[in-house]
Ligand binder design. Structure first.
Ligand SMILES: *[C@@H]1O[C@H](CO)[C@@H](O)[C@H](O)[C@H]1NC(C)=O
Ligand SMILES: *[C@@H]1O[C@H](CO)[C@@H](O)[C@H](O)[C@H]1NC(C)=O
Ligand SMILES: *[C@@H]1O[C@H](CO)[C@@H](O)[C@H](O)[C@H]1NC(C)=O
Ligand SMILES: *[C@@H]1O[C@H](CO)[C@@H](O)[C@H](O)[C@H]1NC(C)=O
Ligand SMILES: *[C@@H]1O[C@H](CO)[C@@H](O)[C@H](O)[C@H]1NC(C)=O
Length: 345
């Protein structure tokens, strides 16, 4: 059916045939890759796309093939190919002697969001970083029913000419980017403009994000150190220094976990959640302390919860260790907790 229609087109190359319109909106994704914006309301299910083999071939007899197969029933440097629904393709042009001259991959951009998972509310692509080094990562989840891949990544700073680059990670579900010119000690005025083009067959979906590093910074897990019965909340190793310039705020909650149940900080409710910048937390026995961190001078995401429980067994162990090595003394011992009656305590 396509061939029949194209046959008609060869006779009437520059006019719309019947109800089939010529695409008004198309753009170049990369060299030799043309994207047509699918607009069903405007064009219906079929649209004509103008292709040119090359300026140098004007007036010559040119032969065209789709996907390297049979010759298409029209000739010339400037032709119209018909895209029906999402059936793009690679159109190659040859001289009458059969020599390759050029090719164009025709793709279709539709308005749906199906190649990767997400919702308008929760978003589709999520970017984050664990410090102010100018490095960040963006993640997404492929829809299993489509064989999606990244067609192109475009990244710029919105105003200044920066030096930003991204690479697709080996898992193909994320990209790692670096703003090489990023200065962590200056106020970040500019946004990063990031556009990712995903492709599945001949379909292109475009995802556009705009953010600052300070919007997406999310500290790694807080580290713990126990000193007598004080829990010291330590900045993640990956966090930017000096800490006085990049302060963190901590959220601390104490929960009691039933035995035999996994202690999950994100699900367990607690009557009070403390917000503090202090790094000392007095420990109580039998209580699990949950701590997470956020950039103290921004309103970006909280990091992941980390938890600390003053374990009886750990305590016993520390006591035993302390017999041999007083430097390893980690806290008070409780005689009643020690099962080993031969202990010297
Ligand atoms: C091949 O086509 C592309 C556009 O798809 C065009 O930019 C390029 O100049 C053409 N090459 C030649 C040799 O004409
Ligand atoms: C970045 O995005 C903003 C807002 O859409 C736009 O005004 C600006 O021109 C973009 N900058 C670049 C370099 O694309
Ligand atoms: C961008 O940064 C990289 C890494 O620092 C460097 O190799 C490259 O020359 C820079 N490019 C420009 C245009 O400044
Ligand atoms: C920032 O985080 C990246 C990725 O985890 C790490 O490679 C880098 O060393 C960190 N920068 C600093 C200053 O810690
Ligand atoms: C910080 O972010 C939270 C949610 O992300 C929002 O509810 C709150 O209003 C924000 N606060 C400020 C001061 O922007």
């Amino acid at each position: 059916m396509i061939f029949l229609l194209i046959g008609v087109l060869a006779v009437l190359p520059h006019a719309a045939v019947g109800s089939i319109k010529v695409a008004e909106s198309y753009w170049t994704l990369k060299a030799n890759e043309l994207v047509v914006d699918e607009d069903m309301d405007k064009y219906g299910t079929k649209v004509l796309v103008p292709l040119v083999c090359g300026e140098a071939f004007e007036g010559q007899k040119i032969i065209w093939k789709r996907e390297g197969r049979e010759e298409l029933p029209f000739q010339g440097n400037r032709v119209f190919v018909m895209v029906e629904e999402r059936q793009g393709g690679t159109y190659t042009c040859y001289s009458t002697e059969g020599n390759y001259l050029n090719h164009t991959l025709v793709l279709v951009q539709w308005r749906y969001r199906k190649i990767i998972k997400g919702t308008p509310e929760r978003g589709y692509v999520h970017c984050s970083t664990n410090n102010y080094s100018g490095f960040f990562q963006c993640f997404w989840t492929w829809d299993e029913s489509r064989s999606g891949k990244v067609a192109l990544i475009k990244i710029t700073r919105s105003h200044t000419a920066g030096n930003t680059s991204c690479n697709l990670d080996s898992n193909a579900g994320s990209i790692t980017c670096q703003d090489h010119a990023f200065c962590p000690y200056a106020e970040e005025i500019d946004h990063i403009n990031l556009t990712i083009y995903f492709r599945s067959n001949y379909v292109i979906e475009t995802y556009y994000l705009q953010f600052r590093i300070s919007d997406i910074v999310r500290p790694d897990m807080v580290r713990f150190k126990m000193k007598s019965n004080i829990l010291e909340l330590q900045y993640p190793k990956s966090w930017s220094t000096p800490f006085s310039y990049f302060p963190l705020r901590f959220q601390v909650k104490e929960i009691r976990c039933q035995k035999k149940r996994i202690c999950d900080c994100s699900n367990q409710r607690s009557s009070n959640v403390d917000l503090t910048q202090e790094q000392q937390w007095p420990l109580k026995k039998g209580v699990t302390v949950c701590v997470r961190a956020q950039d103290g001078l921004a309103n970006s995401s909280w990091g992941e919860w980390n938890q600390f429980k003053w374990q009886k067994t750990a305590q016993e162990m520390h006591c035993h260790k302390s017999c041999c090595n007083m430097e390893k003394w980690m806290g008070p011992c409780y005689r009643t907790l020690i099962s080993d009656k031969r202990s010297i305590y």
